[in-house]
Design a protein around this ligand. Structure first.
Ligand code: AKG
Length: 283
């Protein structure tokens, strides 16, 4: 069965309206998409998910968990969300083709200590590290708790996806200020530098200034259960979390089935980049 023919509750007119907004802005924010119960089922599963693969748990300098990556098909609660019919209908409409899950992760920005994400575009990582040909991919951020101006919301530059892949600075190692223990951790696995607060590919300050001058900037806020869909070339970042409230998001990135990277270029572990190129394993 075609993905978009599966049972869905969203009407075609709604999908078309979402597509118009997404094409114009590069993102779409839908509140109350998941119920409090659906969110609590995901949150309650996190301790189990953390145990799946110790390599897939990424730490911050403080020792707090920054991200937990989840390989496709390793957890039934996550697979159910990844395959949610309404979610797939929206993502397929926005990307313009059938899709498959490319990357799944939790980002936990814990109270007082959660570290920032520097300004970047996601596509540069998928293109340079995995060989993804085109930016025909997007990410859905599922808010697992309330996100407001104090607990490190994502900053988005509307319409910046239209600029395509922008010039970036590449840091193969930018650990000058870090402790020896953190340096050792960062250097222990080559992929960690793409995932920690010292990102490998960051946008240049002039690029950020120009884009914000032209398009403005906003923060993505909402109650638990809100969904944010954002284009793989949308400029985004997020600040540290100095508030007493954790900020938790489940990110599911989807790629067009026509845009799967050549398998020989996919060197990162499967929990970071799904090598299957389809939904076929999920039933
Ligand atoms: O968790 C965040 O605030 C941002 C995450 C992000 O930008 C990313 O994973 O590419």
């Amino acid at each position: 069965m075609n993905q978009t023919e599966k049972s869905q509750t969203i009407k075609n007119e709604e999908l078309s309206a979402y597509k118009v907004k997404y094409d114009a802005e590069g993102f779409l924010l839908l509140d109350s998409f998941l119920s409090k119960h659906e969110i609590s089922v995901i949150v309650d599963e996190i301790p189990q998910i953390k145990k799946i693969d110790p390599n897939a748990v990424i730490f911050e300098k403080s020792g707090e968990v920054r991200s937990i990556f989840v390989e496709v098909e390793k957890n039934s609660v996550i697979d159910a969300i990844v395959q949610n019919n309404d979610l797939i209908a929206i993502v397929s409409e926005l990307i313009g083709s059938e899709v498959y899950p490319y990357q799944i992760k939790f980002n936990n920005k814990c109270a007082f200590l959660g570290e920032p994400w520097e300004w970047h575009q996601d596509f540069v990582f998928w293109h340079k590290e995995d060989g993804m040909p085109e930016p025909d991919a997007l990410t859905v951020a599922i808010f697992l708790g309330d996100i407001h101006e104090y607990n490190g919301p994502m900053y988005l530059v509307p319409a910046s996806h239209k600029a395509g892949l922008l010039s970036f600075q590449q840091y193969d190692s930018n650990l000058n200020d870090e402790s020896d223990a953190f340096k050792e951790y960062q250097n222990s696995k080559p992929y960690i530098s793409q995932l920690s607060s010292k990102l490998k590919y960051v946008l240049e300050e002039e690029t950020i200034k120009k884009n914000i001058r032209e398009n403005g900037v906003l923060s993505a806020k909402g109650a638990a259960g809100t969904l944010l869909f954002f284009h793989s070339n949308l400029i985004h970042a997020s600040p540290s979390n100095l508030s007493p409230w954790d900020r938790n998001i489940l990110f599911i990135s989807y790629n067009s089935i026509k845009n799967h990277p050549p398998i020989e270029l996919m060197k990162r572990p499967s929990f970071i980049a799904n090598k299957s190129g389809s939904f076929h394993q999920l039933s």
